[in-house]
Design a protein around this ligand. Sequence first.
Ligand code: NAP
Length: 323
Amino acid sequence: MVHAAGALDDATVTALTSEQLRAVLRPKVDAAWNLHELTEDLSSFVLFSSAVGVLGNPGQANYAAANVFCDALAHVRRDAGLPATSLSWGLWEGGGMTGHLDENDLATLSRSGLLPMRPEAALDLFDTAMARDLVHAVPAWLSPVPGLSVLRDLLPDPDSERSPIPVTGKGAPGEAGSGGEEHDPAARFAAMDPEERSRSLLREVREHTAVVLGHRAEAGSEVDPDRPFTEQGTDSLTSVELRNRLSAAVGVRVPATAVFDHPNPRALARFLTGLLTPELPAPEGRTGQDRTTTPPGTDGDGDAIDSMGVDELVNLALRGPSV
Ligand SMILES: NC(=O)c1ccc[n+]([C@@H]2O[C@H](COP(=O)([O-])OP(=O)(O)OC[C@H]3O[C@@H](n4cnc5c(N)ncnc54)[C@H](OP(=O)(O)O)[C@@H]3O)[C@@H](O)[C@H]2O)c1
C-alpha cells in the first residue's frame, strides 16, 4: 500500500486559516490514519511524505505538519509490529505538486539547497529505502554547499571551525579570497576608499541580483545599474532573497524594505554605503528620490511596507495584501 495523496495551500503561519489547515491536513493526516485503521495483512505500508516536514519551508507550516504526522505514523506502526516506511521526499523533477513551479521558482529552490531529482533516480531511492526496510528516510538531493538556507547549520563548514556557518557559502559572489576581513565584510567595506567602496558595493548588488534572478554571479556585469529591479525580473520573494543575501555579503542588517525603497542597483548600493558609513555625509541622491516604487499590491503605501517584517512580505508575495 502506497499513500501518495497530498495538497498544498501556502501561507505564513500567522496568516493560516482553518480552511487552509484542513485542506492540507485532510489528504495526509485523515487519509493516512484511515488507511492505518482500515487495512490489515499488508506486506508494506509506504507513506509519501516531504522533506518540508524535516527541513521546513517558508509558507508551508500546514504542509510540514501534515508530513511530520505521516513520519510519526510510520514509527507508531513499527512500534506496533506493523509494516511502515515514510519517505520524506525532496523535490521531484517534472509534474505533480511542483508542476506549477517555473524556472525561476526552481532556481530559487536550488539556491536554497534543494535540487530537483529525476524520477528514475527518485525511484532508485525508493527501492533502496524498501530494500533496507527503513522506517523513515529523507530521499532528497541536497546541494553540498554549506550555509545554504535549507540546510542551515546542519553541515559543517570545512573552512571554518566557527558555528553557526555564515549565510554566504564558499564561492558566494564578492566574497573575499582569504584573510580575516572575509569574516567581517562590514569592516572590509568600511576600510575602502570611497570610490572603491562605491564600485565594490555596486558590483556586489549587481552580482547578487544576477543570482536571485537565476544566473551566475558573473552575469552581474549584465545587470543594468540604473534600471528598476522590477523591470529586470525581481518579484517580492526574490527581493526578500536579495536583501537577505546582501545582509550576509556586506555584514550589516539591511532593512526588509531596502530593495523596494531603493529600486535600482545604483540606488541600493548608495543606500548600503550609508549603512556601512553612517558617519559620512550622504552622497548626492542617496535618500529621498530613491523611493520610486513599492511592492506589488500595496497601493504605494510606503509607510505600511516600511513597518512590515519578512513574514508579511512573504505573505504579500504569496497572496497579495491580505493583511
Ligand atoms: N512532487 C514533489 O516534488 C514532491 C515532493 C515531496 C513530497 N511529495 C509528496 O508526494 C505525493 C505525491 O505528490 P505529487 O507531486 O505526485 O502531487 P499530485 O500530482 O498533486 O498528486 C497528489 C494526489 O493527491 C490526491 N489528493 C489531494 N487531496 C486529496 C484528498 N483530500 N483525498 C484524496 N486524495 C487527494 C490528488 O487527487 P486528485 O488528482 O483527484 O485531486 C492527487 O492524485 C504527495 O503526498 C506529496 O506530498 C511530492
